[in-house]
Design a protein. Structure first.
Length: 309
């Protein structure tokens, strides 16, 4: 082998060593365990209730038509739409055709007859005037509707209750109603209407407001109808309870030491929008349960606690 060939072999040898060295440096490093950031929660032992929110409407149950009590001319109109009136207030006065024509003549002959006096139409109850249908000088027939009054004592919340939920309500029972601005008021079950809607199979329930509340007519509220209640049950926030895709298996992730959480199968009870009752296993206030960072993780994970809730 001549010198030229020897140099070529040596060059190839060193190039091979260099390539192997670079290849070794490109090997991936072994991944270190990652601590999942999580927040924790504990059990709630204050009990749990299941309820259904149903729509209800504020309304006046009794709306009384104010009718003319004789045939004649409207002598005065003493009320306007949306005005609040008290029982006994003179709303209208009427004069008959005869009194209008002969009143002054007859009274001159015998003033004691008061033949030309106007006939008064009075408010039958306290309430708001919905509408006034006439003006001064109109000629009306006996029985014509002059105005309509909403009886203030009949103001109530009317709940459309699916008939299958009737078993959860009783006369005198107190419920919570939530206004659109999130104000919560108390109402009491006063009466079940005697009919059921043919199409929806709902029964109207009259609820009276407890205390004084300034609520306009036709306002839509949400009434909470309780279904189940367990005063001794323990529960967890809904975010702490996980399930499989078919929702046939449920579990939580429970801390077993300072930085390790494991999967614990559970059995659920009552469930609300915020909480889930835990029937088994038995949990205590010392147990620390993952509230976030628990989704899609393995049965056992290393965690980094960010916050205790």
């Amino acid at each position: 082998m001549n010198n030229s060939m020897k140099r070529t072999v040596l060059i190839l040898f060193f190039v091979g060593l260099l390539l192997n060295s670079c290849k070794d440096k490109e090997q991936p490093e072994i991944a270190l365990p990652v601590n999942v950031p999580v927040t924790l929660t504990t059990i709630d032992s204050s009990g749990i209730s299941s309820y259904t929110d149903l729509n209800a409407t504020a309304t006046y149950i009794i709306k009384t038509p104010i009718k003319a009590n004789t045939t004649g001319y409207l002598n005065s109109v003493n009320v306007a739409s949306n005005e609040f009136v008290h029982s006994g207030k003179v709303l209208f006065t009427l004069k008959t055709r005869e009194s209008k024509v002969l009143g002054n003549t007859v009274n001159k002959l015998d003033p004691a007859l008061n033949f030309g006096n106007a006939i008064r139409v009075l408010a039958p109850s306290n309430g708001y005037v919905n509408s006034v249908n006439v003006t001064v000088g109109n000629y009306v027939q006996d029985g014509d509707v002059l105005a309509t009054i909403s009886d203030s004592d009949s103001f109530a919340i009317v709940l459309s209750l699916p008939y299958e939920l009737k078993k959860y309500l009783k006369i005198g029972m107190e419920l919570e109603a939530v206004l659109p601005d999130d104000t919560v008021i108390k109402v009491r079950v006063q009466q079940f209407m005697p009919t059921v809607d043919v199409t929806s199979q709902t029964q109207n329930v009259v609820l009276k407001i407890i205390g004084k509340q300034d609520i306009p007519e036709n306002l839509i509220l949400k009434v909470r109808v309780p279904k189940e209640k367990n005063t001794n049950g323990i529960s967890l926030p809904k975010a702490a309870v996980l399930s499989n895709e078919t929702e046939t298996q449920f579990w939580i992730m429970k801390m077993i030491d300072a930085n390790t959480a494991v999967r614990i199968p559970i059995k659920k009870g009552i469930e609300t929008d915020e909480k889930v009752e835990i029937l088994s296993p038995v949990l205590t206030s010392k147990d620390r349960i993952l509230k976030s960072g628990n989704y899609g993780v393995a049965d056992t994970i290393k965690v980094k606690v960010l916050k205790n809730n």
